[in-house]
Design a protein around this ligand. Structure first.
Ligand SMILES: [Zn+2]
Ligand SMILES: [Zn+2]
Length: 388
């Protein structure tokens, strides 16, 4: 049996359902299940996608319509195939129990539509509105873990360092065992403002596989972060094997934004949003409240300085749309020439690119492939920027 490379982005929201009702209220109107599948398959070249609002009954109904119309098909080993993309059914949930002391987001994934529906039924009794995204769940983190495992699912704390709604950002003060059963965590999602090296400074994370996902609220953001997987075929069960690193299946590379580009990398003044040293008042406005950036938070939590040798490379990338001068027209030209965004990012030479875009842009795409694009840092909810 030979393994093949697949690209996967496991954190994509739904903006609207098939009745045009909002699911993720801040999500784009065009972000419907069907549009996500088409975009991932035809333009992004994303082989596996996790849609984490799949607990919503009207999203399940849209999927059943696609299955009945013969456009989508459940796979024997879990996951649903649409064109070249496999959909993994997931749900992002907000926990706020007496142990975590703050809203913490987690991702739960299930092999089949029937398991996902069972989960929704259970969740319905523990949530005010099952029709919306990332809703507060009334129960403990551990109860949720037990349910997910009972349904053969995957349990993954989401964007663990972001200052809002995350395990280390808002929740737990010292260790994740205060909130969760550590043996029932399958992997950890890093989020846009952290990379492997930063996360490995916390020793309790050493045992887990790291995932890098987009948390897309619009079609364009799909694939903003993603990973390369070595699998026998793109199914739920193979994804489980990759996360557990069994029989050669594995995450072979993480692709993510340079943490400097994330919205919450550096600490900033809560009043004027200028970068601050958290040891002294703001130099610009003398304010003494700040939004703690991910890098300062990791410094606080850090108890390890050795790198973990089994980690795959973490490659700093930005989505093509982040490159200055690369507008929608240029994007269409690139896709026409090279098929998908993944093809542009991974399978082109500089010479080929120069036939379609300017030399400067071709250079930037190649520089990005090796993580060498200069950036201006972000913080306090503002994204960093790329310098050409
Ligand atoms: Zn979240
Ligand atoms: Zn999310």
């Amino acid at each position: 049996m030979s393994l093949t490379t697949f690209f996967a982005d496991l954190h994509i929201h739904i903006g609207r359902d098939l009745h045009n009702k909002p699911v993720k209220i801040t999500g784009a109107r065009s972000l419907t299940l069907t549009n996500i599948l088409i975009e991932s398959s035809q333009r992004k070249g994303m082989d596996i996608i996790g849609v984490i609002d799949s607990h919503v009954p009207s999203v399940q109904a849209e999927l059943e319509d696609l299955i009945h119309a013969g456009k989508a098909e459940e796979q024997a080993d879990g996951g649903i195939r649409f064109d070249r993309t496999t959909l993994i059914l997931g749900s992002e949930i907000e926990i706020y129990d007496r142990f975590c002391q703050g809203p913490v987001h987690v991702l739960c994934f299930f092999p089949t539509l029937s398991k996902m529906k069972e989960f929704s039924n259970w969740l319905q009794g523990k949530m005010t509105n099952i029709n919306l995204s990332s809703q507060r769940y009334y129960g403990t983190g551990k109860e949720l873990q037990y349910k997910v495992k009972e349904l053969s699912g995957l349990f993954i704390p989401a964007h663990v360092f972001t200052p809002f709604k995350s395990l280390y950002g808002k929740g737990v003060k010292k260790t994740l065992t205060e909130v969760f059963d550590k043996d029932l965590i399958d992997a950890v999602e890093l989020g846009l403002s952290a990379d492997t090296k930063m996360a490995d400074r916390i020793s309790e994370l050493h045992r887990y596989t790291f995932l890098t996902n987009s948390d897309a609220h619009s079609l364009a953001k799909i694939g903003r972060e993603y990973q390369k997987l070595e699998l026998n075929e793109p199914t739920f069960q193979e994804l489980v094997l990759a996360i557990q690193e069994i029989d050669g299946r594995k995450v072979s590379a993480n692709y993510g934004m340079n943490p400097l580009l994330g919205k919450y990398h550096v600490s900033v003044c809560a009043n004027c949003l200028e970068p601050v040293q958290t040891s002294e008042p703001c130099k610009s406005c003398q304010g003494n409240k700040w939004i703690k950036g991910v890098s300062d938070r990791i410094d606080e939590l850090s108890d390890s300085d050795h790198t973990i040798s089994r980690r795959p490379p973490y490659i700093h990338q930005v989505p093509l749309e982040y490159l200055p001068t690369l507008g929608p027209k240029t994007m269409d030209k690139l896709l026409e020439a090279f098929d998908t965004e993944m093809d542009v990012l991974h399978n082109t030479t500089k010479e080929e690119l120069e036939k379609v875009v300017s030399e400067k842009l071709a250079q930037a795409i190649i520089a990005m492939r090796s993580g060498k694009l200069p950036v201006i840092p972000g913080g306090g909810g503002k994204y960093g920027r790329v310098k050409l």
